[in-house]
Design a protein around this ligand. Structure first.
Ligand SMILES: [Zn+2]
Length: 232
């Protein structure tokens, strides 16, 4: 099956355990036995951020065994640019967090392939704007679309002052209570990023980037029960 390798961890003396996202089966965990031996045919083909075709065998539980791997795309140029690499790694981390085993993830897999192709073609597109536009589209693909033009609690179109993950979007000053503040730049970014293809993701500076990040982290925690930023 087609897959993008999200993480690869050393295991035992010579093995690797990898996480990958697949269109049909969502996130798969698989052991590649002997992958760290110098002559292993598998080893070099299972690098994180590679698009691969995996041949997997089911065992007991969720852990499958990699019996074959072919490289589809290695994103060489991403590895040469710090911002592109960071953006790609961050995307792989959030995909690893939101995907679950045995639930198709066609759109998520496709979105990640799009991002990797984009960053490989133009590594200078990496950065906060691209990373957060990806996360917005990822949450959208999972059914989460923040309310951005009216108060998510009372429907008022003006006086919007905060972002309340529980309400699912921006809230006015009367409904805000303890919700963290959000500015027009952050809201404008989210509207634009959702309305455009990923390739046209708008740039984003701090502090607006921090506000968007906090909003998306809050949405994922509240509605998916997932901590987007935690490793492991
Ligand atoms: Zn309100």
């Amino acid at each position: 099956m087609e897959a993008v390798v999200l993480r690869s961890m050393r295991y035992g003396e010579a093995d690797r355990i990898l996480h990958a996202v697949t269109p049909e089966h969502g996130r798969v965990s698989a052991i590649a036995k002997g992958a760290r031996r110098p002559r292993s045919k598998l080893g070099g083909r299972l690098e994180p951020l590679s698009a691969v075709r995996l041949e997997l065998q089911r065992g007991r539980g969720d852990l499958m065994t990699v019996v074959g791997a072919d490289t589809l795309v290695v994103h060489h140029r991403i590895l040469t640019a710090h911002a592109a690499l960071e953006t790609a790694q961050r995307a792989a981390l959030v995909v690893d967090r939101v995907c679950v085993p045995d639930e198709p993830a066609e759109r998520v897999h496709g979105l990640l392939r799009t991002l990797l192709a984009l960053l490989d073609e133009a590594p200078d597109r990496g950065g906060e704007g691209m990373a957060l536009a990806f996360e917005l589209k990822l949450l959208y693909a999972l059914g989460l679309q923040p309310v951005l033009t009216t108060c998510a609690a009372c429907g008022r179109p003006d006086g919007l002052a905060g972002f309340d993950p529980v309400a699912g979007g921006v809230v006015c000053s009367a409904c805000r209570r303890g919700a963290p503040p959000i500015g027009a730049a952050a809201v404008g970014f989210m509207l634009e990023a959702l309305g455009r293809p990923l390739a046209e993701a708008p740039a984003l500076e701090r502090p607006a980037a921090g506000e968007v990040e906090r909003a998306l982290t809050g949405l994922a925690a509240e509605h998916l029960g997932v901590d987007l930023r935690r490793r492991g």
